[in-house]
Design a protein around this ligand. Sequence first.
Ligand code: CO
Length: 134
Amino acid sequence: MIGRLNHVAIAVGNLAEAAALYREVLGAKISAPQEEPEHGVRVVFVELPNTKIELLEPLGAASPIAKFLKRNPNGGIHHLCYEVADILAARDRLSAAGARILGDGQPRPGAHGRPVLFLNPKDFSGTLIELEQA
Ligand code: CO
């Protein structure tokens, strides 16, 4: 059911510094920063030949990334995003298998404007998974 690895997301305390590190030290191509108030994040995408890295900085006091950074002050891997062809079919299949969908279970527009859902990390080896309809 899952397809390509769309991106690996890394939570960072300072987005400008992290973007500069990827651009100048690692020599990667970086997108312009974008704000996603609905998800409480400001993001920059690092474009790699085979996938992307999503650098996430908290946006707003209620950001889930702020909580994550409190537990991981140096930043760290926050989630993996897998592509699916049909997000509602994927959700229904996962729910039927006993996996828990975060939030109200309704897909929301993600960083690429396509619908996304997040799965409870307790059901997936401690990894927060984002599904994005490709
Ligand atoms: Co993501």
